[in-house]
Ligand binder design. Structure first.
Ligand code: F6P
Length: 346
């Protein structure tokens, strides 16, 4: 018996675990004879009517795969009145009763507006390797990205030690330092520079001198892509800042940190920018489980009529929180966590 039809879309950057959410949604929905339509390439698919029915067979085994079988985009349906009108038409055409929106800050902000301003029954699922969405202890994708970054940092120890160099590794995370701090601790970094705490390069070079005195001239410095020098010791030009800290694409601070460390300390320094490798490939077990549970929860929220809310992790429980809380700024790195990381600096 067909008792309903819900839609699902994935928006923003790809992220390990998206397919596990899709499978979780489909399997939980089918248990109540609810059918699921997958809209392609984020909001774009709902605008153009690019859609595929998702069946038990079409989602079989996809939880192991990275990326999203639905494709993704950063399309904003509020960009034109025409897009919103097309969505209204498609919503009717496909007989949707609810929409599950899987995304990060940008996509969930649109979901909230769709609920509040346009009256659509929408449920959010928090996705991002950056772990910066308020209201949930973790977003899926984060732990996989941390593992990738940790493995990379561990490998850099070899070159740092053999060549007596400073190895700087730039990691993702947009405006927060979660990936840098977690992977930095796990990979035994000697310094971790995060956006939440402006850094003083002199502190690093002094510690490097101490390390050299101990017979350990090599070091590993993890730099989050939005890390910034303290005003007291700002070595970046205005034009460098404009290039590095672009809202749409951050990147480049690692090279400038390495150059400044080499200039001040005389120790040969090299850089690795980890980039998209951090969000590619198969999700780890933690993210598969979290994403699956989020998918199941999202459908249960639909069945209970809990619209305008987001599935979230609180401790070990899957709960739901208002979308308004989730898109209210960023969840910044915990100060206590960074304080613990600092114990191992130098
Ligand atoms: O939000 C996830 C993320 O991978 C960030 O860590 C990074 O800054 C950004 O996306 C890159 O975005 P894009 O895919 O548009 O280059």
């Amino acid at each position: 018996m067909d008792t309903g039809r819900i839609g699902i879309l994935t928006g923003g950057g790809d992220c390990p675990g998206l397919n596990a959410v899709i499978r979780g949604v489909v399997r939980r929905a089918l248990a109540d004879d609810v059918h699921v339509l997958g809209f392609k390439s984020g909001w774009q698919g709902l605008i153009t009517g690019d859609v595929e029915p998702l069946t038990r067979l079409s989602v079989a085994g996809i939880q192991f795969r990275g990326g999203t079988i639905l494709g993704t985009s950063r399309t904003d349906p509020f960009a034109t009145a025409e897009s919103l009108a097309q969505i209204r038409e498609n919503w009717r055409k496909y007989g949707l009763q609810a929409l599950v929106v899987v995304g990060g800050n940008g996509t969930l902000t649109v979901a909230k507006r769709m609920f509040e301003e346009q009256g659509y029954p929408v449920i959010g699922v928090p996705k991002t390797i950056d772990n910066d969405i308020p209201g949930t202890d973790f977003s899926f994708g984060f732990h996989t990205a941390v593992q990738v970054a940790t493995d990379a940092i561990e490998r850099l120890h070899t070159t740092a030690e053999s060549h007596h160099r400073v190895m700087v590794i730039e990691v993702m995370g947009r405006h927060t330092g979660w990936i840098a701090a977690y992977a930095g601790i796990a990979g035994a970094a000697d310094f971790i520079l995060v956006p939440e705490v402006p850094f003083r390069i002199s502190r690093i070079t002094e510690a490097l001198a101490n390390r050299r005195g101990m017979g350990r001239p090599h070091s590993i410095v993890v730099v989050a892509e939005d890390a910034k020098p303290h005003d007291d010791e700002d070595f970046l030009t205005e034009s460098q800042k404009t290039t590095i800290y672009r809202e749409e694409r951050l990147g480049g601070i690692g090279h400038l940190v390495a150059r400044e460390i080499e200039r001040l300390s005389g120790i040969e320094s090299r850089v690795s920018v980890l980039g998209y490798i951090q969000r590619g490939g198969s999700p780890n077990a933690f993210d598969r489980i979290l994403a699956t549970r989020f998918g199941v929860k999202a459908v249960e929220m639909v069945l209970e009529g809990q619209f305008g809310r987001m599935a979230a992790l609180s401790g070990t429980s899957i709960v739901d929180v208002p979308l308004t809380d989730a898109v209210n700024g960023y969840k910044y790195l915990d100060a206590e966590f960074y304080r613990h990381a600092e114990i191992f600096f130098g």
